[in-house]
Design a protein around this ligand. Structure first.
Ligand code: C5P
Length: 402
């Protein structure tokens, strides 16, 4: 069945790209129903948008048709996805607080479909703590952000805040709707993410600083490329990625068991920061005794990456991570050989960098080369890594045929 979206155009100068976005979506036979905010209407011609989309553009929640037929409810019920492009700082703030004082914001509050948000604003507005807080909350509420790029902005300043190009937005929409070309259709992927918690007693546990952001982003990017993804996640504060089968675990032993169940798979990405050791937990809370600290003997945990790399059902491509505080590239290369995986994604985590942050800077190590990548968002890194996986599997398949 043909898919359609609701497109909300808000008051940022990037609204001038809306006609091009609609044109590209219509060329792909995706239906587009458009809401323009009062701010958005300062930048676009409603007549042009009506002509391009083939539908009435809605601007006023209290217009007779809109009010009688409750359009602010119907938009999300009758289309498959809501896309806000451009999303102004103001509309993002309203979404976070559940303000519903016009057609766009009321539709967003009544939304029962997935939500894609493409922010566009001046760099200072984008990096302002208020906007960053609001964007983080939107993500927690389940929205997916189409990251703005860096470039010359309409105000003449250079920096982050430039809306993603229509092509990138269309690609994301197609991935969510499942209408695009899915390079990994038919491929099974296993991803581990987050930390593990090893109980000491009913109150205390051994953990680490992993947030799970990178592993979850990889699971999302694999699913967007059409893979059937099982995400084995340690305890994180992150929402489950849409379209991914998520197995929640706590300990390394549970993570290993869940991974074992998820095999066979074509790709395994071990992004989890698995605790290296555990103790035999005490059933009772360990009492504090003055002048006498308890002693623990640590037991080594199973190495899941090594287990998968040497498994009889070994995936065609096994990727490990190496969080190092020394020469990450050198240590990562040694780890690749020692664990028996195909690639290592190495990063330097000294000074508390990387863990919990939204950006990552890695070196990709394969049997053939060591590739330092520039710093980028964990989402972008996940997408780039998945592109590499696609190219690798394609090459393997063609080499196999040759
Ligand atoms: O040995 P190290 O912990 O540095 O190795 C990191 C890589 O190994 C990561 O890919 C991590 O997911 C994986 N690992 C694992 N099981 C462990 C320890 C690490 O799968 N017990």
């Amino acid at each position: 069945m043909a898919k359609s979206i609701t497109l909300i155009v808000s008051g940022s100068i990037a609204a001038i790209k809306a006609p091009e976005l609609i044109r590209q979506l219509r060329a792909k036979k995706i239906g587009v129903h458009v809401i323009v905010t009062a701010g958005g209407a300062k930048f676009v011609s409603l007549k042009e948008i009506e002509k391009l989309s083939g539908h009435k553009v809605s601007t006023d929640i209290f217009a007779p048709d809109e009010m009688r037929d409750m359009w602010h409810i119907r938009f999300s019920r009758e289309t498959d996805l809501i896309v806000v492009a451009p999303a102004s700082a103001d509309l993002i703030a309203k979404m976070v607080h559940g303000i519903a004082d016009d057609m766009a914001s009321a539709t967003l509050l009544a939304n029962n479909k997935k939500l894609l948000v493409a922010p566009a604003m001046n760099t200072q507005m984008w990096i302002h703590p208020a906007t960053q807080r609001n964007v983080a909350q939107l993500v927690k509420d389940g929205a997916e952000i189409i990251e703005p790029g860096v470039g010359m902005l309409a105000c003449g300043e250079v920096g982050a805040g430039r809306m993603a190009e229509p092509e990138a937005i269309v690609k994301k929409i197609e991935a969510v709707l499942g209408t695009g070309y899915l390079a990994l259709k038919g491929i099974k992927a296993l991803v581990t993410s987050g930390p593990t918690h090893e109980a000491i007693d009913p109150v205390r546990y051994i953990a680490n600083r992993s947030s799970g952001k990178q592993g979850h982003a990889i699971a999302r990017a694999l699913a967007a490329a059409g893979a059937k993804v099982t995400l084995v996640s340690g305890p994180t504060a992150l929402p489950d990625p849409a379209g991914v089968s998520v197995k929640h675990v706590t300990t390394a032993a549970e993570m290993l068991a869940a991974c074992e169940k998820a095999l066979p798979a074509d790709i395994a990405v071990c992004a989890a920061a698995v605790g290296d050791w555990r103790v035999t937990p005490s059933a009772q809370k360990i009492k504090k005794a003055k002048g006498k600290a308890p002693e623990f003997s640590l037991v080594e945990n199973p190495d899941i990456l090594r287990h998968i790399s040497t498994h009889k059902k070994r995936p065609k491509l096994v990727i490990g991570f190496a969080a190092e505080t020394g020469n990450a590239a050198k240590l990562g290369a040694e780890k690749r050989k020692e664990k028996g995986c195909d690639w290592i994604v190495a990063n330097d985590v000294s000074d508390g960098k990387i863990f919990g942050e939204d950006n990552n800077k890695i070196t990709l190590i394969t049997s053939k080369k060591t590739e330092p990548w520039p710093r980028m968002s964990k989402e972008k890194l996940a997408e780039k890594l998945v592109e590499k996986m696609i190219a690798h599997l394609r090459k393997k398949a063609s080499d196999g045929r040759a």
